[in-house]
Structures are given as C-alpha cells and as structure tokens.
Design a binder for this molecule. Structure first.
Ligand code: BTN
Length: 256
C-alpha cells in the first residue's frame, strides 16, 4: 500500500516534534513536519539536537491510530514503532550505499559514528496508542560538527555525494511506508522484531557498558532484544541481564 504523506516545510522552527505536538488535534494523519533549521531541536534524554541550517534532514511524522487510514494499536506494541522506523532508515541508507546498524534502542550508527537520531513521542488513551510523533534527525551534508557532538557522521561524509533534503525526505518516506504496514499485524510485528534484533550494533561482541543506576562500567556481550524492548546482555560471569531503556548505555570511545 502506498499512503499519502502531507509534507509541510518550515524555514525555521523551534522543533519539528514540538510543532507536531502543538498541532496534533488539527494535523491530518501522516502529516510530516520538516524544517530547514530548528532553533531548539530536541534529542533524547533532554539533550539538544544540533543541525546546521539547510544541510540535513530534520522532520517529524505524525501517526494517528484508529481512523480510516491507520488501524488501532495497543500501547504495548509501541516498541514496534521504533523497530519499523530504524529498519526503514537502515533500508534507505543501504539503498544509498551506506551500511548502518542500530545502537540500541534507536540511534543509527555507521561504524562507530552516529548518522541519525530518533525521538519518538506517543500519546496514549487507555491501553491504546492515540498518536505517535516520530522525530528524525538525519545528517545529510554536514561535514563539521560542534565538539560536544560525539562521533558524528553524515551521508555526505560516508559517500562523497551531496543530497537535496526535499528529495531525500520523499525518498525516505517511500522506504518508510511499506514498513508501516508491518506494524498492524502479529506476523508483521514479529518480522520487525526479528529484523531489528539482527541489526544491533556490537551484537555478539564483547563491549563496555555503563549501568545507569550506579555508574558502574562493565563488560558484556549483547545476545538479543526482548519482545518488550529490553536489551539482553551476557555479563563476564556468563549471567544474563535484561535492561530497559535508560538502564544501560554503551561506552563508545570519543574520536578526536
Ligand atoms: C537523539 O539522538 O537524541 C534524538 C534526536 C532527534 C532529533 C530530531 S530532529 C527532528 C525532530 N525534532 C526534534 O526536535 N527532534 C527530532
């Protein structure tokens, strides 16, 4: 199925996610708010998302469930929205000659460098999701980044090509749409979960992590991602530990 996405471009805006949230009641389903420049781009954990004007893609896709366009979705299926988004991005990047992986839960990495960040915000009614805003910051043409941004890269740096943001957004949405279908069937969600689990950065490799509750560093090996989104790590004592979002973080050496 190919759905109609209504793309609304802004020259400058605080944050496309914030703009989407403000307009949720009025925006039509599958609206896409995009900006050439964000003055207050939001990242995960309350961080700022920095992106030079007109060089990259910063946009938010609005999903509204339970209408004639998208079926209802249980709140417990929210992890699959993250799965489909990262998989659509990996597919899109691969079609552009870039091999990328998922730094759990939803950063996109090329080697040890971050090319794309995702901020997903849901509204919930009872046990159902009401809306989802999928915010994506994809580095297209930026070559220089502020020093506080850890290990950034861009599609331009990876390929030597220049990308036109408007064209690339349409291109990405063509990749996103078939993955969106998978969200609404049990088999589709299982397919998303399996594909996501196979694309995890440092899967099966001995890796340093930080236990967020204590700040303790430890060495372990990622074995899988659970149905509920938890990361399964085998520690050095060969014990299996499961971590929810924000309970653990990879330690990645900063490039200087
Ligand atoms: C992260 O890696 O911390 C998530 C970054 C998400 C950035 C995107 S840019 C478009 C959308 N609008 C925002 O304010 N944030 C997301």
């Amino acid at each position: 199925m190919s759905r109609k996405y209504n793309v609304i471009w802004h020259n400058t805006i605080d944050s496309t996610n914030s703009e989407a949230q403000r307009g949720l009641a009025d925006l039509e389903n599958l609206s896409v708010i995009a900006a050439h420049y964000q003055t207050a781009g939001r990242g995960q954990k309350g961080n700022h998302w920095s992106s030079d004007a007109s060089k990259n893609l910063t946009f938010s896709i609005v999903l509204k469930y339970g209408d004639n366009i998208l079926p209802e979705l249980r709140a417990l299926d929210q992890f699959h929205v993250s799965h489909l988004t990262v998989l659509a991005l990996l597919h899109y990047l691969s079609d552009n000659g870039i091999d990328a992986l998922i730094k759990w839960p939803n950063d996109i990495y090329v080697g040890d460098n971050k090319i794309c960040g995702i901020l997903i915000e849901h509204t919930v009614r009872g046990d159902r999701l009401s809306t989802t805003t999928i915010g994506i910051g994809l580095n297209l043409n930026q070559n220089d980044f502020p020093p506080q941004v850890p290990n950034p890269t861009s599609m331009g740096l990876e390929t030597g090509h220049t990308f036109v943001p408007q064209a690339e957004l349409r291109n990405f949405l063509d990749h996103f749409d078939p993955f969106l279908d998978l969200l609404f069937t049990e088999e589709g969600r299982e397919c998303l979960r399996k594909a996501y689990g196979g694309k995890i950065y440092r899967l099966g490799e001995s890796t340093q992590f930080i236990r967020k509750a204590t700040g303790e560093h430890f060495c372990g090996t990622i074995r899988a991602v659970e149905n509920d989104g938890r990361l399964v790590i085998e520690n050095e004592a060969a014990a299996i530990e499961k971590f929810a979002f924000k309970e653990v973080e990879y330690v990645i050496k900063k490039r200087f």
